[in-house]
Design a binder for this molecule. Structure first.
Ligand code: URA
Length: 246
């Protein structure tokens, strides 16, 4: 692919802008020490790394990333009260692809006060697969709760509770008390405020909520709050492999 097209595909602006950046000597390819100033230079894009105005960038045909969401951010492009999680991403990730549905999208939503693992992608099929209840992708939540947990609350969450918008009960795939006030719960759907509403339905109250796992992907402490990273190819493959229906 030509260097100007590579930059364009990664969200660095129109082809004209990308061509101009290259001509101005703002783009260094691979481990080169001098900029490549030919916008039409042909490069193998797979595995390519380049620097744009000193910022290192990896070429990705499709974007799959994880964000450690802090509290106080909305998972919406047009937030109403708090800043958008999209402001935590570099510009090219928000504009890649161009058109009406430009950039990566959050894979499902977390409440503004929920922290933890949020996947983002520009692969519509992947987003659908990860969010559709039909695919039963397990998501693990860590909830700090107001009142001491007891066996009755845990068994009701496992058996199923009825929420106000649907007569069919929703149940946790797994749930345990890590300690008296720390509930760990696995859900395979993503209804609005689902953890908070389920916990309220058994007479308790969520005081803080954190998502620690999606499928076999675990949020590890290497990724500080507010930071993102690319998923590896094996992480994407593991996420999209078939999950047995519970
Ligand atoms: N359940 C909730 O109540 N809130 C979230 O953000 C995610 C799941």
């Amino acid at each position: 692919m030509q260097l100007q097209d590579i930059l364009f595909s990664q969200g660095f602006g129109t082809r004209r802008i990308c061509s101009g950046m290259v001509q101005q000597g703002l783009v260094v390819v691979g481990s080169d020490s001098v900029p490549c100033t030919d916008p039409t230079a042909m490069l193998e894009e797979t595995g390519l790394e380049f620097r744009v105005q000193g910022e290192v960038w990896q070429y990705h045909a499709v974007a799959y990333l994880m964000l450690n969401k802090p509290a106080g951010f909305e998972c919406s492009q047009k937030p109403s009260t708090y800043p958008s999680v999209y402001t935590l991403l570099p510009g090219p990730l928000r504009t890649r692809g161009g058109g009406a549905a430009a950039g990566v999208q959050a894979v499902g939503r977390l409440d503004q006060d929920t922290t933890g693992l949020l996947l983002m992608s520009d692969d519509g099929k992947f987003i659908h697969r990860m969010t559709s209840p039909r695919h039963h992708v397990p998501k693990v939540y860590e909830a700090q709760v107001k009142h001491p947990l007891d066996d009755r609350q845990l068994s009701r969450l496992l058996e199923g509770v009825v929420l106000d918008d649907d007569p069919r009960p929703v149940r946790a795939q797994a749930c345990s008390a890590v300690n008296e006030h720390h509930l760990r719960m696995t859900l395979t759907e993503g209804k609005y405020h689902q953890v908070k509403r389920m916990v309220a339905a058994v007479g308790n109250r969520v005081e803080s909520l954190h998502r620690s796992e999606i499928g076999n992907l675990v949020l590890t402490p290497e990724l500080p709050e507010g930071r993102w990273r690319w998923l590896t190819a094996s992480e994407v493959a593991a996420l999209t492999q078939k999950v047995a229906k519970p």
